[in-house]
Design a protein around this ligand. Structure first.
Ligand SMILES: Cc1cc2nc3c(=O)[nH]c(=O)nc-3n(C[C@H](O)[C@H](O)[C@H](O)COP(=O)(O)OP(=O)(O)OC[C@H]3O[C@@H](n4cnc5c(N)ncnc54)[C@H](O)[C@@H]3O)c2cc1C
Length: 466
């Protein structure tokens, strides 16, 4: 059954990447049909109302001042950017101790150290850089004892840069116990997985290409992130088709055939804008099938539970705390103040990432809440009031996104899978937050990647251009 006339481009997936790709295709004068599996657009962007007023971004929420594509869309839609509250003391809970964030290593320092530690032995330049760094450590004056100690340990143990997991790379940084616990928990949350399972080289490449020096928790969009995807969708001439999961993509002569539960479409080109672990469920019948399967299976979906807790007062501020708390145990639990200064109840948002999310997803909602409140009281004291409302979104084994925040290259996967999948050419291309070079894993990256896939298509196959 053919479900519509042939089009220039089919876009599979109606998240930020797919919508941005469809819009870019139409702007280039191409006919384009977007096919979305779910009964709504947005993918990992979803905003829902709360009982006590205001909204809950179940998925993406924060944005920073370098995310130009997203900010331009927000400005066009007349949306207000609310600063994420950041005053007060950050905490890291290690055992029963509440350590001040300023006394620990920062996330930026860990990222920098990790980039120096994880060396790509496939490039002469990288090897030279690594040797220079080691030499620098060896000649470091003794007043910088930590660095020199690190160099000595590396020499004595004849360590080479770890080629494998993020956990072993972290171990090789020789951080003090508290810094290590903080970094391990942070990575479990950011990548939604156990650092033992995540490919250190792939992470290092993502970090080294990241397009911003600013914090990622700078602003949130009051009105909800969904307004951004709504804005992208509203501009499309050709209405996206919902409830249309694509099952098979087959190259046939000079066309591509895209088969979904709702029928089959013909197109000159296809952009697959779904997360790699979910794309793997589509049956591809195109040149390079095996290579493609190797790339798609290099990714592992993240696991994440996001919970909003609304209170009558911002009690943490009365104690001089920022509300930003990282827990060493359970690793992967991070809390932040995400109150909107709009007469709405103050709120904390808890991110439960990695194995913690997987474990807690197996519990009943009430059990998860008891666990979470127990840990919050470890940070804020037994006198912490109960929240007036608690809302959660479980992104574990999600059928259409795989999980959250994003999929990462797993241990044993191709460390270059991100770049290779993003550069995949021919009649079928790939886009998504996981494939962006500048803003990997963010909505900004999804938008940039979707637009980029269409730009490359037009550049590499000029016959496509209208
Ligand atoms: C809890 C959470 C918090 C986050 N916080 C932030 C944040 O604060 N800031 C930020 O920038 N980012 C954040 N992110 C990450 C961000 O949401 C994602 O990186 C981004 O939205 C991904 O966009 P995408 O278009 O690449 O993929 P998706 O949004 O996953 O879109 C893919 C789409 O493809 C559809 N699909 C899948 N399979 C098929 C198929 N076979 N056929 C048809 N359609 C299919 C899906 O239904 C989905 O709509 C967060 C994510 C989560 C889960």
């Amino acid at each position: 059954m053919k479900s519509g006339g042939p089009v220039n481009v089919i876009v599979v997936g109606g998240g930020a990447a797919g919508l941005a790709a469809a819009k870019a295709a139409e702007e280039a004068g191409l006919s384009c049909q977007l096919l979305e599996a779910q009964d709504r657009l947005g993918g990992r962007v979803r905003t829902v109302p709360l009982e006590s007023g205001g909204l809950f971004d179940e998925g993406a929420q924060m944005v920073n001042g370098d995310m130009r594509g997203l900010l331009a869309l927000a400005q066009r839609a007349g949306l207000h950017l609310a600063p994420v509250p950041q005053t007060g003391i950050d905490l890291c809970i290690v055992g029963e101790e509440g350590l001040r964030g300023e006394d620990l290593i920062s996330a930026e320092e860990i990222y920098d150290l990790l980039q120096d530690q994880v060396v790509r032995w496939d490039s002469v330049g990288e090897v030279l850089r690594a040797l220079r760094l080691k030499l620098q450590w060896m000649t470091t004056p003794w007043d910088s004892f930590g660095e020199a100690g690190r160099a000595l340990r590396l020499l004595v143990e004849k360590r080479t840069a770890p080629r494998d997991s993020l956990a072993s790379a972290l171990g090789a940084l020789l951080l003090c116990k508290e810094d290590h616990a903080f970094a391990y928990s942070l990575f479990s949350e950011v990548f939604g997985g156990a650092p033992e399972d995540i490919n250190a080289q792939a992470v290092r490449d993502i970090l080294s290409r990241y397009g911003s020096q600013r914090e990622d928790l700078e602003f949130q969009i009051s009105g909800g992130m969904t307004k951004i995807v709504d804005g992208l969708a509203a501009d499309l001439r050709h209405r996206p088709r919902l409830n249309t999961p694509v099952r098979r993509i087959r190259a046939a002569h000079d066309r591509v055939e895209v088969t979904s539960d709702a029928g089959t479409w013909d197109a000159d080109q296809v952009v697959v804008a779904v997360p790699p672990p979910v794309a793997r469920k589509i049956a591809f019948d195109i040149d390079g099938n095996d290579r493609l399967d190797g790339l798609l299976s290099s990714f592992t979906a993240g696991d994440m539970i996001k919970t909003a807790l609304l209170f009558d007062t911002a009690f943490w501020r009365l104690k001089g705390l920022s509300g930003y708390v990282t827990f060493a145990d359970p690793a992967g639990l991070v809390i932040t103040d995400a109150s909107l200064d709009e007469g709405l109840p103050p709120r904390l948002v808890a991110f439960q990432g990695g194995p913690l999310a997987r474990d807690w997803a197996a519990l009943r909602k009430e059990e998860r809440q008891v666990n979470l409140l127990h840990h919050l009281r470890r940070a804020f004291g037994e006198e912490m009031p109960d929240p007036r409302e608690l809302a959660e979104a479980v992104w574990v084994d999600h059928p259409w996104s795989g999980g959250g925040y994003n999929a990462t290259v797993r241990i044993g996967g191709d460390p270059d899978a991100v770049a290779r999948l993003a550069a995949w050419g021919g009649r079928v291309r790939f886009a998504g937050a996981e494939l962006d070079d500048l803003f990997w894993g963010y909505v900004e990256g999804a938008i940039h990647s979707g637009r980029g896939a269409i730009a490359r298509m037009i550049r590499e196959t000029p016959s496509t251009a209208a």
